[in-house]
Design a protein. Structure first.
Length: 153
């Protein structure tokens, strides 16, 4: 487990540094000192850059047997991961065509009903509420223009 965690920490640190270089090419602030499109990616990248080395340091300080052996995921777990990646890919492909709201609605529905196999009123409520809440947060409160697709707002 120690080698896997160290490799993961190195990967996250490099990913964070790459994200910082990319996010600094975007505007950090817009008019009126409103956070721009580069602010959130910059903050996430900084977090990865800090947390990666922390993971490495944590594993190097611990006893070798303390973290247990790495276990390969079962076939069902791998299938779920592949389903999530496929759902995310389809959602990204739908984004310019269907817009943010519908593509996010499809993604949440695929994750809850397809991957998690939930069949409750709470899952349905979450499927409808989550994209709506984020749409309200970004479009109405933060005034961020999201892809509207064929129903451009």
């Amino acid at each position: 487990m120690r080698k896997v965690d160290i490799a993961t920490g190195v990967f996250f640190a490099f990913l964070g540094v790459f994200g910082i270089t990319q996010s600094l090419q975007l505007e950090l602030y817009q008019r009126g000192n409103i956070p721009g499109p580069g602010m959130f990616p910059l903050l996430l990248s900084l977090a990865l850059t800090v947390l990666g080395p922390l993971l490495i340091a944590n594993r190097l300080r611990g006893e070798p047997g303390q973290f247990g052996e790495f276990e390969r995921p079962a076939r069902t777990e791998l299938t779920r991961v592949v389903m999530v990646v496929i759902a995310l890919g389809i959602s990204i492909a739908l984004l310019p065509l269907a817009g943010y709201f519908l593509s996010t609605l499809a993604l949440v529905a695929a994750l809850l009903f397809g991957v998690e196999r939930l069949r409750t009123w709470r899952a349905l409520l979450t499927t409808l509420a989550l994209p709506s809440i984020f749409f309200f947060l970004f479009v109405v409160l933060l005034r961020v223009r999201l892809p509207g697709g064929f129903i451009d707002i």
